[in-house]
Write a protein that binds this ligand. Structure first.
Ligand code: PBG
Length: 328
């Protein structure tokens, strides 16, 4: 066709699947994923989390079979959350040698030494009040909590955790944990800091899975206000200065602008946490037949890479690993 109009023909590079693959800018790789697992105290239990179809709490005796599935799919890393039987005011279960995450870590490292175990360092699953630190005067006491978080990180490293991921949002947690790890001889264990963690309704299903709903109040005095962007840079900046090795932005989907800001301002690996509510919304729609789950999940995880994430913590890791295998 002859035309007098002057315009660009962008469709040339979209003309076939091969052409599109050739010019594709971002890719998902199985190495990008960290798979969250919930380890329960008790025996022979594998509980599906009602608000997270396809996600299970498992006891130690059922853990190895679960981890085998993950390893067989080519996933290189898991992040562990503990669901203890007993809780107390100070969250002792988080830092005792026989704590559930420590037991699970020892077991996994014995069976699968190559699999990277990330330990989530927080107290909320272990405190009777469900907050991420110790309570004084109806609020979480920052500096008292830091001492217990440092103990937790050291206990996790002693059990064999490869990476420490503190999610508690106390000020100074990176420096205090870094010093404690170094003093205990773990100078080579990196800290994957939940540097930018918003106070988010997207965590609802996780609190069912980890039994960590606060028994009073909310987490707004320590987790960030979703309205803020500059505050995210201040949080990331202090964590970098304190010695963080990775920066997590959480949640991911409604915070892709923040993922990009963090990517543009810092040179550490950036991790997007595709949180529980983001998972459950997709699952609910998929179970109703309202969306194409596979296409939607691949699209949204790719958008996290495009926003600048190097790694993604996601409950979809196993599904995506299967889909990536199918496409090769
Ligand atoms: C613990 C923690 C939470 C999540 C990860 N670590 C819950 C919270 O802060 O309430 C949420 C993860 C998810 O929603 O998938 N502090």
């Amino acid at each position: 066709m002859e035309t007098n109009f002057d315009f660009k023909r962008h469709r040339r590079l979209r003309s076939s699947a091969s052409m599109r693959a050739m010019v594709r800018e971002n890719h998902l790789r199985v190495e990008d994923f960290i798979y969250p697992m919930f380890v329960l105290e008790g025996n022979n239990i594998k509980n599906e989390v009602p608000s997270m179809p396809g996600v299970f709490q498992v006891t130690l005796d059922r853990l190895v079979e679960e981890v085998k599935e993950v390893v067989d799919l080519g996933i290189k890393s898991v992040i562990l959350f503990g669901v203890p039987n007993e809780k107390d005011e100070i969250g002792s279960g988080a830092f005792i040698e026989t704590g559930i995450v420590q037991e699970a870590t020892r077991l996994i490292k014995q069976e699968y030494p190559e699999l990277l175990v990330v330990a989530d360092t927080c107290l909320c699953e272990y405190t009777s009040h469900g907050h991420c630190g110790v309570i004084h005067n109806h609020d979480v006491d920052n500096d008292e909590s830091l001492k217990l978080l440092a103990k937790t990180a050291v206990a996790q490293a002693e059990a064999g955790a490869d990476i420490i991921a503190p999610s508690n949002m106390m000020d100074g947690f990176v420096t205090v944990i870094r010093h404690a790890l170094d003093e205990a001889g773990f100078t080579n264990i990196p800290i994957m800091s939940y540097a930018v963690k918003y106070s988010s309704a997207f965590y609802g299903p996780f609190r069912d899975a980890a039994d960590s709903t606060p028994q009073f109040g909310d987490r707004k005095t320590y987790q960030m206000d979703p309205a803020n962007r500059l505050e995210a840079l201040r949080e990331a900046e202090s964590d970098v200065a304190e010695g963080a090795d990775f920066l997590i932005v959480k949640p991911a989907l409604s915070y892709l602008d923040i993922v990009r800001d963090v990517r543009n301002n810092f040179n550490l690996p950036v991790v997007a946490y595709n949180v529980s509510g983001e998972y459950s919304m997709v699952k609910a729609a998929a179970l109703n037949g309202w969306i194409n789950e596979k296409e939607l999940v691949l699209e949204k995880l790719t958008s996290m890479k495009r926003a600048g994430a190097d790694l993604i913590i996601t409950y979809f890791a196993k599904d995506v690993a299967v889909w990536l295998q199918e496409s090769h």
